[in-house]
Design a protein around this ligand. Structure first.
Ligand SMILES: Nc1nc2c(ncn2[C@@H]2O[C@H](COP(=O)(O)OP(=O)(O)OP(=O)(O)O)[C@@H](O)[C@H]2O)c(=O)[nH]1
Ligand SMILES: Nc1nc2c(ncn2[C@@H]2O[C@H](COP(=O)(O)OP(=O)(O)OP(=O)(O)O)[C@@H](O)[C@H]2O)c(=O)[nH]1
Ligand SMILES: [Mg+2]
Ligand SMILES: [Mg+2]
Lengths: 292, 279
């Protein structure tokens, strides 16, 4: 863990008098390695280290009795600050329905997360309409139908020969008919470099004006997180991130990259395959996980 | 090195950045950069282009001159391919693409829908079976995956089928009971046809970071993985963790996924992979 590494850096210093610029450099190198091993993006780490260095100078770590502990605290606190010190709730519309759009790369957990959101919202008395706007993936609509049944939520789609934009538009009327105050649009997985698919996503967003556009990404995502997040953010007014498969053992450094690049908070984490496996994001816990 | 040496520290920093950014991982990157520093010094290399070419050639050599075989023939019975990996990596899609490719080569193919857990998993594989024009064995939802695998191999033996492809449910390598379930599927297949499965493909999403090494290590402990299919290389991720996996575990990449359509499957080409890594 970072704490252990820094401990060994500073153990060799103890009793030799003051901490020096050179030792500080060693400590920063250890922090850099720990973050890169956690899959935080290379450029994001570069900026982060510069910020930590500045904070350490400001906190006069060089005069401290326990420099190792102090640096770990600075790094931990910087991470928590970046990740948004407390949990950010879902936006609700003044006038129903609230529209939540799920977007992201292929296979990240959108369809499953749609069901999880319905289960989560049900607890606070909301009735959700899940909308099958993925007309490409084999049996995607069937998958969402089953997820809706399991979540005890309503489900709507125009089938897989329909236009996704039209499906989403029609869902608005359908929600009122069925007394649903929330709509979750489950869209197809798409590459940020697929212009046609990114255009489709923009059209859905333009027409539906969602109150939330959540970028769904797997916690094990590596350096590419910044690329996909950046292009999705440029194409769509993202409002939040859902980080899935947090029940694995990935360090999850992608969280930092995603938050930095989109300027959005992580609103939820997926912690399992079942539909009750959705939790609010805890920056403190994530900081500990990333630091290993 | 002196400040006015073209093969400078800045160049090795740039090399480090491109390797890490390609998901080659910290430990492997450090090893590679140190090796290259030593070689540049020993061989008095002054041209960065020359150094990059040297590294690329070295990486291609590491993967081996000949592409790993995906012939998948078995002389005494069907050839059995088992497909495994974490959730959402592209298993079902890859199983479908392989079935399509083999069927087009004139093989008889039988798909086994051993994901009996996830919503619409059977329907999804069923559509791929239709696309490939091949048969599929499927039980009802919640059935024992081992039973599906067994029945698929059993049917293939009876029908004299050339190739069996067993698709399994996504599972995190950290879930002990799910890894045990996968081992059981393998045992059951071996029981029905000794020596099977003849190929165990780990499906790895190219956007995965260093956790890919953990996945490969745990799946191989459980199943003796014989090859990797690296998917979603049509995105911007480079899949560099495949290098760390090969270096540390010796598991070859056999196939790459480059899209969501039936034809979007290619045999692994080390030269193309390495060139793309540094592009
Ligand atoms: N362990 C675990 N698995 C998850 C989690 N979220 C989703 N999954 C699994 O990840 C796989 C992919 O989930 P999907 O919901 O189909 O992903 P998707 O983004 O809709 O996929 P596409 O529509 O193809 O882009 C499934 O096997 C899910 O059960 C999670 O938080 N933890
Ligand atoms: N762009 C791209 N998408 C791919 C590729 N391979 C698979 N996909 C997509 O990734 C998503 C997940 O694929 P699946 O085949 O369902 O993945 P899986 O591993 O079977 O998922 P689970 O069974 O839920 O664990 C789907 O949307 C696929 O179309 C690929 O090579 N390129
Ligand atoms: Mg989906
Ligand atoms: Mg599958």
């Amino acid at each position: 863990s970072l704490a252990k590494r820094l401990d060994s850096v500073f153990k060799s210093i103890r009793g030799q008098g003051r901490l020096t610029e050179a030792n500080m450099r060693d400590a920063l190198q250890q922090i850099r390695t720990a973050l890169l091993e956690a899959d935080v993006n290379y450029q994001v780490v570069k900026k982060f280290i510069a910020d930590v260095q500045e904070a350490a100078v400001g906190a006069k770590v060089l005069d401290s009795v326990h420099p190792g502990q102090q640096i770990v605290k600075i790094v931990h606190d910087e991470l928590v600050t970046i990740m948004g010190e407390k949990n950010a709730p879902l936006t609700r519309s003044q006038k129903p329905p609230t529209v939540i759009m799920l977007v992201g790369l292929q296979g990240q957990g959108k369809t499953t997360s749609a069901g999880k959101l319905a289960v989560h919202l049900k607890k606070s008395g909301h009735k959700t309409l899940l909308v099958g706007a993925d007309v490409y993936r084999p049996a995607a609509i069937k998958q969402l139908e089953i997820v809706a049944q399991q979540a005890d939520a309503e489900m709507f789609s125009l089938g897989e020969h329909a236009d996704p934009v039209e499906t989403c538009l029609m869902a608005m009327g359908e929600a009122s008919l069925r007394g649903c105050d929330t709509i979750v649009l489950d869209t197809a997985g798409r590459l940020h470099v697929d212009d046609d698919m990114m255009l489709e996503a923009r059209q859905i967003a333009d027409q539906l004006n969602p109150h939330e556009i959540l970028f769904v990404a797997n916690a094990m995502t590596g350096q590419d997180a910044v690329n996909s997040a950046r292009q999705f953010h440029e194409a769509l007014p993202l409002t939040g991130v859902v980080l899935t498969q947090m029940d694995g053992d990935a360090r999850g450094g992608a969280a930092i990259s995603l938050i930095e690049v989109t300027g959005c908070p992580v609103k939820f984490v997926g912690v399992g395959e079942k539909l009750d496996a959705l939790e609010p994001f805890h920056p403190e816990r994530m900081a500990n996980q990333i630091l290993g | 090195f002196t400040g006015n040496d073209p093969v400078s520290d800045a160049m090795f920093d740039a090399l480090e950045e491109s390797l890490i950014s390609a998901d080659v991982g910290v430990a492997t990157t450090m090893t590679i950069v140190e090796d290259m520093r030593a070689r540049a010094k020993a061989e008095k290399i002054v041209d960065p282009q020359q150094l990059y070419q040297l590294l690329k050639d070295e990486m291609v050599l590491m993967f081996g001159e000949t592409a790993p075989s995906v012939e998948w023939r078995n002389e005494d019975g069907p050839h059995v391919l088992l497909i495994a990996g974490v959730n959402g990596s592209g298993k079902t899609t890859t199983a479908g693409k392989i079935a399509f490719k083999l069927a087009n080569q004139g093989r008889s193919v039988l798909l086994g829908a051993a994901d009996t857990f996830r919503a619409a998993a059977g329907e999804q594989l069923g559509i791929w079976a239709e696309r490939a024009n091949v048969g599929m064995i499927r039980h009802k939802e919640g059935a024992d995956p081992g039973a599906v695998a067994y029945d698929t191999v059993d049917a293939a033996i009876a029908r004299n089928t050339d190739n069996v492809i067993i698709d399994t449910a996504g599972r995190l390598h950290t879930k002990v009971n799910l890894m045990e379930e996968l081992k059981k599927v393998q045992r059951v297949v071996d029981k029905r046809l000794p020596g099977a499965p003849h190929e165990v493909l780990l499906i790895l999403d190219a956007t995965t970071g260093q956790n890919g090494l953990q996945q490969a290590s745990q799946f191989t402990d459980a199943l003796a993985v014989t090859g990797i299919a690296l998917t979603k290389l049509d995105g911007t991720a480079k899949g560099g963790m495949a290098i760390a996996i090969y270096k540390q575990l010796g598991i070859p990449i056999k196939l790459i996924g480059v899209g969501e359509g039936v034809d979007d499957l290619q045999p692994f080409d080390a030269r193309q992979f390495v060139d793309a890594l540094f592009a």
